[in-house]
Design a protein around this ligand. Structure first.
Ligand SMILES: Cc1ncc(COP(=O)(O)O)c(C=O)c1O
Length: 486
């Protein structure tokens, strides 16, 4: 690659500095290195100490071995190639398609026309209605399709919301630490303030409103205009699901300080311990209990096809629902999303399938249920096995897997390791993760990529990878690492 030259108008010192400042560790240096190793192995070279790269750095289930749910892909195949519907007999008798697959595909096609056409900016109306029906079933409170916006994954929804919320460099958003770096990175790009509030590791990464208030007050005293609070529930990287009393306390806090709540609920079905309670349900419940008191608490909640048992990250489908927003603000949000025209229509269709899957008694139900439960149980088994392995490792502490797709253990490393890391200009957790990758081909993300209390070290790994070999290689590496730097 050629270095910077004055011949080009654009160089590293004159591009948008906020883009340069943004950090996104889940796709950072380690991930890039792991892709180099993958390409190297694919060339048939065998002089690395491992024979495969395990991408445990990002929750990308189908990159590992998770199979797509049959019903979803059968419907999508007909949406992409509607001519297949002329061969109903072949589909039904030879290809294992069930009548409800054909019916759903015909219905979706009648609503979106072609998946190759732009839809309405906020998504196809029939799909928004289907999401509203799902929300009503899930929460027991009505939802309005006009308040739902389809997006290209939850990421794009977060991007929209942060663009609307951040008015200038004094605008601040409360973000949990540790967090999924989408939030910090997007706030960097927008040149707005990330106001950190720490989750409590000693309470299984619980949420403490007292800590939020302190962070809020400190930021406000520094002249930051704090406008919203992000809650990731269930958490990434922590997996924790908020209990009802915590959700109520956050809503109360948001009411007192006039904060918009951004509830990132993409892991709502990945729950092993506790139960998922939506912010929408609690907000409506509190509105019902104390009429008038919460009518101006604004909530934006997000969901996605990328996680759960769907795992269709590559299709880029998601949505957000706005509750209690000002109609004029909502009109600007509509305009903002319309600048991108619309989210991918095939992704929108997948959202429809996710929120409206086959029901008991329908022809595709048995297989759907079998696949769904198989994925759920497989994830829980893998999480438990990985957790057991961490329990055996010296200086590694990790709470029981609670949900989402990750474990986030604390690691205590010997001082010599910290010195060796500093000599390479790295933090000790980065150093550890880089060594792990080089020795085993397992790519995890250092805790510094998500934020962690000063003086503590962590790493985040998904528990999506199949088999036990990679877990064994982590145990072996860890022992050798500790012995080297002891
Ligand atoms: C908490 C959280 N929010 C949002 C996303 C973005 O997901 P997507 O844009 O694929 O829907 C992720 C992805 O890992 C996530 O963990």
């Amino acid at each position: 690659m050629m270095g910077s030259t004055a011949a080009r108008r654009l160089n590293i010192n004159n591009i948008n500095p906020h883009v340069k400042a943004a950090k996104y560790a889940v796709r950072g240096e380690l991930a890039v290195k792991s892709e180099e190793y993958r390409a190297y192995l694919q060339r048939g070279l065998t002089d690395l100490p491992f024979s495969q790269v395990i991408s445990a750095n990002i929750g990308n289930p189908q990159q590992l071995d998770q199979k797509p749910i049959t019903f979803f892909r059968q419907v999508l195949s007909l949406l992409e190639n509607p001519a297949l519907l002329n061969y109903e007999d072949v589909l039904l008798s030879q290809l294992g398609y069930k009548p409800d697959v054909l019916e759903r595909a015909r219905w979706l096609l009648s609503k979106v026309g072609s998946v190759g056409a732009y839809s309405a900016s906020n998504g196809a109306p029939a799909i928004r209605q289907s999401i509203a029906d799902f929300l009503e079933r899930r929460d027991g409170f009505p939802a309005n399709q006009a308040d739902i916006y389809l997006s290209a994954g939850a990421s794009s929804g977060v991007n929209t919301l942060l663009h609307i919320l951040c008015a200038n460099e004094k605008s601040g958003i409360l973000v949990p630490i540790p967090q999924y770096p989408l939030y910090t990175a997007s706030l960097s790009v927008l040149n707005a303030k990330c106001v950190e509030y720490h989750l409590d590791e000693s309470r299984n990464w619980g949420t403490d409103v007292k800590v939020m208030k302190e962070a809020y007050e400190k930021a406000t005293s520094e002249g930051i205009d704090v406008r919203a609070i992000v809650i990731i529930n269930p958490g990434n990287p922590t997996g924790a699901s908020l209990p009802e009393e915590d959700i109520r306390a956050v809503i109360e806090f948001a009411r007192e300080e006039r904060l918009v709540i951004i509830a990132d609920e993409v892991y709502q079905t990945n729950v092993f311990i506790g139960e998922f309670i939506s912010f929408k349900r609690m907000l409506r419940q509190m509105q019902k209990e104390t009429p008038g008191a919460y009518d101006y608490v604004e909530l934006a909640s997000l969901h996605s096809v990328s996680k759960g048992m769907v795992g269709e990250c590559g299709h880029r489908g998601g949505y957000f629902e706005l509750v209690n927003f000002d109609p004029e603000v909502q009109a600007e949000i509509y305009k903002f999303v319309s600048i991108m025209l619309c989210s991918p229509v095939i992704g929108q269709c997948l959202v429809e399938l996710m929120v409206n899957p086959p029901k008991p008694g329908e022809p595709s139900y048995a297989l759907y249920k079998q696949e769904y439960d198989g994925i759920f149980n497989g994830l829980r088994e893998r999480a438990t096995a990985l957790h057991k392995a961490f329990e055996q490792m010296e200086g590694v502490e990790c709470g029981s897997p609670q949900g989402s797709m990750y474990l986030f253990p604390t690691i205590t490393l010997p001082p010599k390791a910290t010195e060796a890391a500093a000599a390479e200009g790295r933090t000790a957790d980065e150093f550890y993760c880089m060594r792990l990758l080089k020795a085993t081909g397992v790519c995890v993300v250092p805790g510094s990529g998500f934020g962690q209390k000063d003086g503590s070290l962590h790493f985040r790994t998904t528990f999506l990878a199949p088999g036990t070999e990679w877990v064994g290689s982590i145990i072996k590496f860890h022992k050798e690492f500790m012995d080297t730097y002891r």
